[in-house]
Design a protein around this ligand. Structure first.
Ligand SMILES: [Fe+2]
Length: 465
């Protein structure tokens, strides 16, 4: 049960850290990504819009300057002055694609491309009106497959319109400027994104680590392992919760230890009581006085020789003490009969194995002895009682108790016969080797009995059970 809890705990412990961390991570990271993307988009839009507005205003200003400068030359019919004006204007800014001055009849009188001069101005339909700046109007147009911002500014002199100045700004310049602005913004966003990614991991870890520690503390307390107080480093609610948990765990552990001690005391006193009952039972019949303790002593000695640990020997001793507990229900006239029992009486006597298990069933911590007590009269070949169990299906402790029980019965006086000698009893046991008794255990028992000092008086310690 404890192992299952431990396994579940370990599995759950692994999940809680990653579970919460994953939830935080999957919530925070998209949020941060979204915010960065939004900020990047807004910054790019605002910057590009400012750049576009600046370009529009710059073009409009140049167009107005051309219109102002061209008025006098146009009236004075000074083509050289106009040529110089368009030429200088064209070369003043690399974004300027063309400059044209036309007269009131819409005939081009000056153009940076000489071939256009003297021709009617080539109008193209505007793609998009871009606004009016004072008396200058700007449109987005396509000329010869290329996109331009075309400015149109009327040329007035002395209150009279004498012509029109046209200026074309290349859109490619604007696009290049926008690209050059976009690049550092995107690079900065990428750096922020990487920082945010690792920041989110650190933040998730910072939040989940104390929760994970607390959860492992709960599991450790629940599994009954040695409890180590959970470190509470923060002074926030989580820190308070951890400190309170540590106090609660200490109280639970103290109560658990106390309860375990009391349960052990209760178990010991109950077993002592059963031992007293077993001893009293032996005492009912002067011929079986000390029988249970002698059986326990021999069974344990054999168990020790077979390599049993101390804890197992303790359980073997208890089972041996309890083995004939069922005889408490056997009537005196049967138990103390001074002659051999009849077949019916023998059958009635056989009930004591099953009766003993019913008594042990009353206390849960004695349940472990039930199979041994029930099987202490089973035979190796299956001819025993009450269930006819055979071979390895009979508990090992029951095999050992059966040998010691038979030996003690044979080596003590009975009203109807004298006690057998040790050798005679061993001979009897060996006669039933492989039928009543496990052959290997019977050999080991015979060897042990020959090597053991005479049983003599039962030690006081055992009698005082
Ligand atoms: Fe018995």
């Amino acid at each position: 049960m404890k192992n299952e809890e431990k396994q579940i705990g370990q599995a759950a412990g692994g999940k809680i850290g990653t579970g919460i961390r994953l939830k935080l991570f999957s919530f925070l990271l998209p949020l941060v990504f979204l915010l960065i993307a939004l900020v990047t988009w807004v910054v790019t839009e605002v910057t590009e819009s400012a750049l576009r507005r600046d370009l529009l205003q710059r073009g409009a200003a140049i167009s107005r300057v051309v219109a102002l400068s061209a008025g006098h030359s146009l009236l004075a019919n000074d083509p050289l002055g106009l040529d110089r004006l368009v030429s200088e204007t064209r070369s003043s800014d690399p974004d300027i694609a063309f400059v044209a001055v036309r007269d009131a009849s819409d005939i081009v009188v000056a153009h940076d491309r000489v071939s256009e001069r003297g021709k009617a101005y080539r109008h193209v339909p505007p793609l998009l009106p871009l606004g009016t700046f004072g008396d200058t109007h700007a449109d987005e147009v396509v000329r010869d497959g290329r996109r331009y911002i075309e400015y149109t500014t009327p040329i007035s002199f002395a209150g009279r319109r004498v012509g029109i100045a046209s200026l074309g700004l290349s859109m490619e310049g604007l696009a290049a400027a926008q690209r050059s602005i976009r690049r550092p913004i995107i690079a900065a966003a990428a750096v922020i994104l990487v920082v945010a990614f690792f920041g989110t991991i650190l933040l998730s870890s910072y939040i989940t680590t104390p929760v994970k520690r607390l959860y492992q503390g709960v599991l450790s307390l629940g599994s009954g392992e040695t409890f180590q107080p959970v470190p509470a480093r923060s002074s926030d609610e989580l820190g308070d919760l951890t400190r309170n948990f540590n106090r609660m765990a200490e109280t639970i552990l103290a109560q658990k230890t106390d309860l375990r001690k009391k349960a052990h005391q209760l178990e010991e006193s109950y077993i002592s009581m059963v031992r007293v009952i077993a001893a009293s039972l032996d005492a009912r019949d002067p011929y079986t006085m000390g029988h249970s303790t002698r059986v326990a002593r021999m069974a344990c000695e054999l168990g020790r020789r077979l390599g049993m640990e101390e804890e197992e020997l303790m359980h073997l001793e208890r089972a041996a003490i309890f083995h004939d507990l069922g005889k408490i229900q056997t009537p005196d006239e049967l138990l103390l009969k001074g002659e051999r029992l009849t077949r019916e009486e023998e059958e009635q006597m056989k009930n004591h194995s099953a009766d003993g298990t019913e008594i042990l069933r009353m206390a849960p911590f004695l349940h472990r002895y039930i199979p041994v007590v029930r099987a202490h009269h089973e035979w190796y070949n299956g001819d025993g009682y009450p269930d006819g169990t055979k071979g390895d299906r009979i508990p090992l402790h029951a095999h050992l108790i059966a040998l010691a029980d038979a030996f003690d019965a044979m080596t003590t006086d009975r009203p109807y016969r004298q006690a057998l000698s040790t050798e005679a009893a061993i001979t009897e046991i060996m006669r039933f080797r492989g039928t009543q008794f496990d052959p290997e255990l019977a050999d080991a028992f015979a060897k042990m009995v020959r090597e053991m000092p005479p049983m003599g008086e039962v030690p006081l310690k055992s009698m005082a059970l």
